[in-house]
Write a protein that binds this ligand. Structure first.
Ligand SMILES: Cc1ncc(COP(=O)(O)O)c(C=O)c1O
Length: 491
């Protein structure tokens, strides 16, 4: 009789993707690691960013590869086409948008996580305990009570979205998950400041509540929400028959790093019976810096906090986090039984509730590992010191701007953000051009923002590698561009 296996037709292809020659692959892997150490050790010698040449971009319009290419050849493409033209946020002179620099520790942890290929949606394995450990540490960082829950997500955009959903469930009851938001016939209204990040409005949109049901409350001259105007808006909405349900405070606005009066917001939220969420993408982790933590007073009273380990805490992208004061409310919003996800009291299906019960993702990577390594290797004191130092550097840059007659500050410097501009006619166009030229020069990468309707150059000093010399180089390059503009009489 024929053996069953012999009877099966062979595809003629090796079934496994493991290397045919482990020795060569190992050597190449070691070289990759060495190259990345070299890259990070000498990153200051490289341009902070460089424009992508057309021929490089065109390499990424290639046809879908049906056949194999050797790992060494693909790695060569990485070194020639990808590495030199990456976004540059690891570079000390990168100050654009709000981006962390990553770290060697985080990079190594990413490699280890890649090797394990753990899926953190659920089941009983230690990678999930690592994520639970981070949630417990986050609970301690923010002074939340036992029973709090936390979850890694892509970033604060997703964490804010989930917080809106949890606040919605709290306001309308868990049945809203079946009925949808229109059935209860309550028009929910949320409140945040006009300096809040656009993802809050997007979260209202995506939740089906509507971005039009988010009130944008004016701010004071430090860009903090005006609580008296918030109170008036809530009253007006109640009088109009609407249902206020959520206040979103900001800990570190995206423009200038302003921190709302979180204690005041928490008082108002409890008076009014509203969910109090803090968007702490930029600055919530300042709780780790003893000199900055007092600015966040009141954050410990929030119902939920969104924040990013990938910004000020320098964990490689992505590592956003949502912390919820009462974990049961998070479960009420997201947990959904499924036959194929049946739980047991032992075996690998034990350990319920699983991370997939706390959010919308089922398959989830091991973001917790790079965060665990980062917190353990550096400790919270060193990470907090990095945050304090970036604020000191911002004060230094502020001074340099004040000492440069052609420049003016465009906003108060409260944290690690410095907004300034070249004083001139047609200032929006000229300053936008200065920023683009700076980026293309590779000397420094600031970005722009609009403040009171006028464009400003914005330097967000988030990267742990940034030093005074990078800020001196930024000012020198701006002055050089300004002189060229003045000499030519136009942009
Ligand atoms: C205040 C604020 N909220 C939310 C976000 C969105 O965070 P993420 O990019 O991690 O989704 C940002 C991003 O910079 C931000 O500055």
């Amino acid at each position: 009789m024929l053996d069953v296996c012999e009877a099966l037709p062979s595809t003629g292809v090796d079934a496994t993707l493991d290397p045919a020659d482990w020795t060569d692959t190992r050597a190449l892997g070691h070289r990759m690691l060495d190259d990345m150490f070299d890259y990070l050790e000498h990153i200051r010698e490289r341009p902070a960013w460089q424009p992508i040449p057309a021929e490089v971009r065109s390499e990424f319009r290639a046809a879908l590869p049906a056949g194999p290419t050797g790992l060494a050849a693909v790695y060569r493409e990485f070194t020639q086409l990808i590495l030199p033209f990456s976004s540059g946020n690891a570079h000390p002179a990168f100050m654009g948008w709000v981006q962390g620099g990553g770290s060697v520790t985080g990079m190594l942890a990413e490699m280890l996580a890649g090797g394990l290929n753990a899926n953190l949606g659920g089941r009983d394995h230690v990678p999930i305990e690592v994520e639970r450990q981070i949630a417990e540490w986050a609970r301690q960082m923010f002074g939340f009570p036992e029973g709090a829950a936390g979850l890694f997500v892509t970033g604060s955009s997703m964490a804010n979205f989930m917080a809106v959903l949890i606040a919605r469930t709290e306001a309308l009851g868990p049945a809203v998950r079946q009925t949808g938001v229109t059935f209860p016939c309550k028009h929910l209204v949320a409140y945040t400041s006009c300096a809040a990040h656009g993802c809050i409005s997007q979260a209202m949109d995506m939740s089906g509540l509507g971005s039009g049901m988010l009130r944008s409350i004016p701010t004071d001259d430090m860009h903090r929400i005006r609580i008296s105007e918030l109170r008036t808006a809530i009253r007006a909405d109640r009088n109009a028959g609407l249902t206020p349900f959520l206040i979103v405070g900001t800990a570190g606005t995206v423009d200038i790093g302003a921190i709302d009066d979180l204690d005041g917001l928490s008082d108002l939220a409890s008076e009014e019976g509203l969910w109090f969420h803090v968007d702490g993408a930029c600055a919530a982790l300042a709780v780790l810096a003893p000199d900055l933590a007092p600015l966040l007073k009141g954050i410990e009273r929030a119902d939920s906090i969104a924040f990013d380990f990938h910004k000020w805490a320098q964990v490689p992208y992505d590592a956003g986090f949502l912390l919820v004061r009462d974990g049961e409310k998070q479960l009420e919003t997201f947990a959904a039984p499924a036959a194929y996800l049946r739980r047991e009291s032992r075996g690998m299906a034990a350990g319920s509730p699983w991370p997939c019960d706390f959010g919308p993702d089922l398959s989830r990577g091991f973001r917790a590992l790079k965060t665990w390594f980062t917190l353990k290797v550096y400790g919270t004191a060193q990470l907090g010191a990095v945050m304090s130092r970036t604020c000191e550097l911002a004060q230094y840059l502020k001074l340099r701007v004040e000492q440069t007659p052609e420049l003016e500050l465009a906003a108060p410097v409260q944290l690690n953000f410095v907004c300034f501009r070249y004083r001139c006619e047609n200032s929006d166009v000229v300053n936008a051009r200065i920023v683009t030229d700076l980026q293309e020069s590779g000397v420094a990468v600031p970005s722009t923002t609009m403040l009171e309707g006028r464009l400003a150059i914005r330097a967000a000093i988030v990267n742990h590698r940034t030093q005074r010399c990078d800020l001196d180089a930024l000012i020198a390059a701006v002055v050089k561009l300004v002189m060229e503009i003045e000499r030519n009489g136009h942009v």
